[in-house]
Design a protein around this ligand. Structure first.
Ligand code: AKB
Length: 337
């Protein structure tokens, strides 16, 4: 139990949770986590308390609410885009009802300790829906307020939860004047993320990290999108840095609730070529999954992140070449050597 300011991460055992725990643990405030899966031992020893459970378990959330004074939340728990297409009703339950539970949790925490609760919500380029490849190519770097017609359950979940967060942040119970909104909701629409430390599961942008990790393990890989498929990507350390920059930015600097961030936007063939150079014996073929390709074709080829750069200093360290040369290839090679 800790009645002083604490940080809560949901979905902490995922890709981004690894990076955030490394950066947040050891700071002035203890980190507590909630995930369906136990944390890896090296992460578990860095956090104050690890709860293994679901964001749908409101009794567990009430227990955490009673035991901890949380004023910073990173709500990472979600079913990603491909998995959500196989289980759309479950995806809605986890991605939407789970997020509503966490927003209610944040509001109750704020009412309890009296301070605003800064709430980070990871949205996605999946919130966009470009109607065809011609429009996608012509659109170039898509701005936050354009093409918001998602074609997946995951994208619809993410877009709706952006609006939920805006409601809790600005319009909570407008008619019940005694209840002020306590949630300082902040959101990033992430591109595809590539981590050297974890292999994602259930995402449609997974072809890039899967290709690298397979090559490093000497495993053949059949890429499920066409060679010309293009979406924005980012190295995981830059994604973690962006989250922390946004969460620690002064509220009066923020002109938006939801921000795009980008770094590089390669085609699948450009990824293949840099992986093949690093692992000449790698066997990388193409076997298009029509449904997953259709999702990728509806996502933007790149995003305009000028608002994030202007408002809170988004500035990715890695471009395409340096991401592979300096971070991904050496770290992944070392991981499997
Ligand atoms: C996915 O592929 O579903 C995610 C995303 C782009 O939001 N990585």
């Amino acid at each position: 139990m800790s009645r002083f300011a604490s940080i809560l991460l949901t979905g902490a055992s995922g890709e981004m949770g690894h990076g955030l725990i490394d950066r947040l643990a050891g700071g002035s405030r203890p980190v507590i986590t909630l995930d369906l899966n136990p944390l890896a031992p090296e992460l578990a020893k860095k956090v104050r308390k690890e709860f293994v459970g679901s964001i749908l378990d409101t009794q567990l959330l009430e227990r955490i609410n009673a035991e901890y004074e949380v004023d910073e939340i990173y709500h990472l728990a979600a079913l990603l885009s491909t998995r959500s297409e196989f289980s759309p009703a479950l995806a809605h339950k986890v991605n939407v009802e789970g997020t509503l539970n966490m927003l209610e949790f944040a509001q109750k925490e704020g009412e309890s300790h009296g301070r605003p609760v800064t709430f980070f919500y990871p949205s996605s380029i999946a919130a966009y829906g470009l109607p065809d490849l011609g429009v996608k190519t012509a659109a170039g770097r898509v701005k936050e307020d354009d093409f918001l017609q998602p074609t997946t359950m995951y994208g619809a979940n993410k877009l709706y939860c952006e609006h939920l967060g805006r409601y809790y942040g600005r319009h909570y119970k407008q008619l019940a004047t005694d209840k002020l909104g306590k949630v300082d909701f902040r959101c990033i629409r992430f591109p595809g993320l590539i981590s050297a430390l974890t292999v994602p599961s259930g995402g449609t942008s997974d072809y890039a990290p899967e290709m690298i990790h397979a090559a490093a393990q000497g495993e053949a890989y059949a890429c499920f999108v066409r060679p010309d498929a293009r979406i924005p990507f980012m190295a995981m350390p830059d994604a973690v840095e962006a989250v922390l920059k946004l969460m620690h930015a002064p509220a009066d600097r923020l002109t938006r609730t939801v921000y795009n961030i980008g770094a590089f936007a390669p085609t699948a063939d450009e990824v293949r070529r840099v992986v093949q150079e690093a692992f000449p014996d790698a066997t990388i073929t193409t076997k298009v999954d029509v449904k997953r390709q259709g999702i990728i074709d509806s996502w933007p080829g790149d995003v305009d992140d000028s608002a994030a750069r202007r408002d809170w200093g988004h500035s990715p360290r890695y471009d395409f070449d340096s991401a592979f040369r300096d971070y991904l290839i050496p770290t992944i090679r070392n991981r499997y050597s």
